[in-house]
Write a protein that binds this ligand. Sequence first.
Ligand SMILES: Cc1cc2ncn([C@H]3O[C@H](COP(=O)(O)O)[C@@H](O)[C@H]3O)c2cc1C
Ligand SMILES: O=C(O)c1cccnc1
Length: 356
Amino acid sequence: MSFPSSWTTPPQQPDALLFERAAQRQSVLTKPAGSLGRLENVAVQLAGLQGTVTPAVDRVQISVFVGDHGICEEGVSAYPQAVTAQMIANFANGGAAISVLAKSLGAELEVVNLGTVADVPPNLPGVIDAHIAPCTRNFSEADAMTTEQLCAALSHGDAAAQRAADKGSQLFIGGEMGIGNTTSATALASSLMSKNPMKLTGPGTGLDVAGVRHKAEVIILAIQRHDNDDDGEDAIAVLKAFGGFEIAALAGAFAGCAARSIPVLVDGYIASVAALLAVSQQPDIRPWLLFAHRSAEPGHEAILEALDAEPLLDLGMRLGEGSGAAVAIPLLRMACELHNKMASFEDAGVSNRDQE
Ligand SMILES: Cc1cc2ncn([C@H]3O[C@H](COP(=O)(O)O)[C@@H](O)[C@H]3O)c2cc1C
Ligand SMILES: O=C(O)c1cccnc1
C-alpha cells in the first residue's frame, strides 16, 4: 500500500482573481465598507475557493473518524476506552452532539470506523467499516502505527474526500472520536512544533490538575524515547510515532479535500492538529482551510498560531466530533446569503460614500 497522491502531491492553488472579484462585489453592497466584519471575509474566501460568484454551504459533508488509542493504558483520559465504540452506536442512533447538529443542518453525516477495542454492533446505518486494528500501540512503548497502517488511515481519509466530491459537497467537516486522542494530538503537536508538552497538555475530557501533569509526563517521556529513533520530525514520522488512526485519517481527508478543491471547515483541538500535520506535509493545503472555533483545550492557541488561523467562534467548546465546525455553519450560510442577495448601491439607488 502507498500514500494517497493527495498526500504526496501539492494541491492546486485557488485562482486569486476569483477572490478579487468577490471582494469587489462586497465593496458595492449597500453597507459601509467592511461593516459586516469577518462575514465579508468568509464569503469572499468561500467564493474564491468554490470558484463561483455565488458561494453556498447548502451541501455539507461531515465525516467523523473513529479509532482507539493504545496510550490509554497509561491512564491519560478521564473516561474508559469502551466509550469510543459505544459512541459509534450513539452517532448512528442520532444521540450524539454531532448527530443532532448534522440533522439540524441537513448535512450528510458518515462515521468511519478505523478500529475500536470494544465491539461495535454490525450494520449500523451511516457507519463505514474501515478497520485497521483494534487500536494503535501504546506509544510510550513502541511506535503507535506501522507505515502500512498509516497509509491505510490516510487513504480512508482520502476516500471520504472522494465521497464528498462525488456528492457535490460545497464544504467538508472532519470530526473525530477516540478516547485518549488529546494525548496523541498533544504529542504530535509538541513534536512537530518543538514545544514543551507541559505548555500544550490540557484536561481533554476532564482530567484534574494531577491528571494533566501525569499526561504531560507520559508525553514527555514518549517524545524522548522516539527522538532517539532519529526519525526526523516530519508529519509521517510523528504520525507513525504517536498515532492515532483517526487523526491520520483526518489529515488525509484534509489533503484529499484540497486536492479536489473542496473547502474544509476545521473543528477544534484535534482537528487543528490534523490540519497542522496536513499543512506541514503540503503547505499549499493551507488556503483550503477555514477555522471554525477556538477550543477550550489550552494547547489549541499555539496550534492556531502556527497555522496563522483566526477562528470564527469562541464558545468554550471542547468536544470534538466536528461539533464546533457544525455550529459555525449557520454563520457561513448567512455570510453567503448576504454576499449573494444584498443590493448594490447602484441597483438600490442608494448614494455611496463621497457620492452626491
Ligand atoms: C461521551 C464522550 C463523547 C465524546 N465525543 C467526543 N469526545 C472527545 O473526547 C475524547 C478525547 O478526550 P481524552 O483525550 O480526554 O480522552 C475524544 O474521543 C474526543 O473526540 C468525547 C468524549 C466522551 C467521553
Ligand atoms: O477541541 C477538541 O477537539 C477537543 C477537546 C477536548 C476533547 N476532545 C476534543
